[in-house]
Structure formats: C-alpha cells, structure tokens
Design a protein around this ligand. Structure first.
Ligand SMILES: Cc1cc2nc3c(=O)[nH]c(=O)nc-3n(C[C@H](O)[C@H](O)[C@H](O)COP(=O)(O)O)c2cc1C
Length: 189
C-alpha cells in the first residue's frame, strides 16, 4: 500500500476502459464502502448511499441505459445502442454514489451534497490504496430520469458519480495542475 501522502500527490484517474479485471473481492468491496461512508456529514444525516454493479448486473443496468438512449435517439444504429448497453461493463466494478440531499430544518442541502462528493472521493482514494485504479464519471445517463428510475433512484436522489474500479494499466502520466499562486491566497490580500 503506497503511503498516504504519496498516494494523494500522485493519484490519477484512468479511463473506465483501461480498468481491467479481476476486480475487488467481496471483502475489498466492503472496505471500499466502509471508507466511502467515513466522511464528514453535518448533522449525521447520511445524505448518500451506494449501488454496487458487478458481473452480469452491469449489463442489466446497461439495458436500461440503452433503452433510454434509443428513446432519445430513435435514429440510433444497433451498434450505438450496443455501446450504450456496455457502459457499465468497461470496468469490473462500478459503484454509484447517490446523493440523498433533501431540505432539512437545520442542515443546508449544499452541505449534504458536499458530503456525497466527499464519499465519492473517499471511494476513489480507497480503491487506489488497495492498488486499483478508479474513474469518477457521470456521463449523460447520470442525468436521465428513465435511467435513474430503472436504477431505483427516488425523485430527489441524484447521481454524484459512477466510480469505475479495476486494475490499472500502469503508472499514468500526470496532467497539469493549477499553480498554487492562482488558487490560494492569504487573507487579507
Ligand atoms: C462529479 C464529477 C463528474 C465527472 N464526470 C466525468 C465524465 O462524465 N467524463 C469524464 O471524462 N470525466 C469526468 N470527470 C472527471 C474525472 O473524474 C477526472 O477528474 C479527470 O478525468 C482527471 O482526473 P485526475 O486528476 O483524477 O487524473 C468527473 C469528475 C467529477 C468530480
């Protein structure tokens, strides 16, 4: 396991298609979900939940994605629909992070949404700490009502991300990062 600071300063995302099997074991998935749920959460509302897609279930969910795609694009070719069906099979494991943020008497909804983002990032970091690569994506189907219904999301729930997890192809190159001088100031300026 890389040490924490090294992981945090070198981690990169991979494309879902680059993440191969075998994916995490059942025990490792428990670890991933445990770490993902260990995040700051104002009011202890647990304003997020997770949906695990593994094996054949990935293609079953893909069928709903393909059906929604066809409904939106009746002119789509069979090939295009098939590519949509395979959306969740690119990596061996996909975990959807679902935001359950809702109006609350004391806790702003914004803070609940941020907690879901933290859960998604913890999930990404936990996957990397276990030696896997990860990709936090949403893509169009995260915003499609028919797909969300098929995945069992209630009307107020939203997808924070579909985190794809699998074995990375190697060590990735870094991408440019914003210079600290451009994003951090000391008060007063
Ligand atoms: C909420 C959220 C949704 C994202 N959705 C996508 C997406 O749909 N497609 C995509 O290519 N990257 C998406 N990204 C960006 C990738 O996760 C990733 O940040 C980027 O590819 C480079 O990341 P790295 O700095 O972790 O290597 C999303 C990021 C966030 C935070």
């Amino acid at each position: 396991m890389p040490d924490a600071l090294k992981l945090l300063t070198t981690r990169r995302s991979f494309k879902p298609i680059e993440l191969s099997g075998p994916g995490p074991s059942a025990a490792e998935i428990d670890t991933l979900l445990t770490v993902a749920s260990r995040v700051p959460d104002h009011g202890k509302l647990v304003p997020w939940r997770f949906i695990v897609f593994e094996g054949e279930a990935r293609r079953a969910a893909g069928a709903a994605i393909a059906a929604a795609f066809r409904a939106k694009h009746p002119e789509a070719t069979a090939e295009q629909a098939e590519a949509e069906r395979e959306r969740l099979t690119r990596a061996p494991l996909v975990i959807a992070v679902v935001s359950r943020a809702a109006p609350h008497v004391k806790i702003p909804e914004w803070e609940q949404v941020l907690s879901a983002g933290a859960a998604a990032m913890n999930l990404v970091l936990a996957a990397n700490a276990l030696g896997y690569g990860a990709s936090w994506i949403t893509e169009w189907y995260a915003y499609d009502r028919a797909v969300l219904d098929a995945l069992g999301l209630r009307p107020h729930e939203r997808i924070a991300g579909f985190v794809h997890i699998g074995r990375p192809p190697g060590v990735p190159e870094d991408r440019p990062r914003p210079p600290l001088a451009e994003i951090a100031t000391r008060f007063p300026q």
